[in-house]
Design a protein around this ligand. Sequence first.
Ligand SMILES: *[C@@H]1O[C@H](CO)[C@@H](O)[C@H](O)[C@H]1NC(C)=O
Ligand SMILES: *[C@@H]1O[C@H](CO)[C@@H](O)[C@H](O)[C@H]1NC(C)=O
Length: 198
Amino acid sequence: MQHISFSFSFIILVLTISHQTASSVLINPTSPSDIINQTCKKCADKSSVFSYSFCSASLKAVPVSRAITNLQGLALVAMELAIENATSTISAIKQLLGNETPAPFDPLSSRCLEDCLELYSDGVETLVGAMVAFLGERYDTARVWLSAVMDAAETCEEGFKEMGREAVNPLETENYRLFQLCDIALCIGHLLTSHEGL
Ligand SMILES: *[C@@H]1O[C@H](CO)[C@@H](O)[C@H](O)[C@H]1NC(C)=O
Ligand SMILES: *[C@@H]1O[C@H](CO)[C@@H](O)[C@H](O)[C@H]1NC(C)=O
């Protein structure tokens, strides 16, 4: 929890500093909830897999979002949420694989979980890189990395299907969340590079 609030304070700080540069692309918002609504709507209109309700619920649940008045800031919130989620998923997988005897999963399912553990661990590092790229306004780079993390979430999901272990996939919600959170930042990266704004 402490880590979360620290990160969000960091984001605010960064936003204050980067506000000048990010304000070139924009938006005539009257309130932060307008920006969230408009951004989520624009992204949902562009993509059939993008969930408007997930987007707006996720962003509105974060207190710091209320202070955010630019697209870059919303993307940073989404990436921060993705990192927090992926980190807690890593702990959850370790716990699932962990010390219970007999092993709580059959060997094939355990292998799926081990693959996902690796995908998520790499994913967190990639997300940190994507955040740094975003802060440096290297949106194309950020988008490549975000896509890679979305692929990782899909690969984890498909692993269970391919091994016929769909029924015991304990990571379905986590995969969906990671995918959707990255998709928010990916879409915003696109809006910023295409200079469409809102
Ligand atoms: C944003 O959308 C929600 C429903 O999704 C609505 O209740 C709210 O009034 C909207 N806010 C603005 C500022 O348009
Ligand atoms: C995961 O993301 C959701 C947004 O969909 C957020 O509400 C939740 O707090 C996050 N969980 C963690 C552990 O960060």
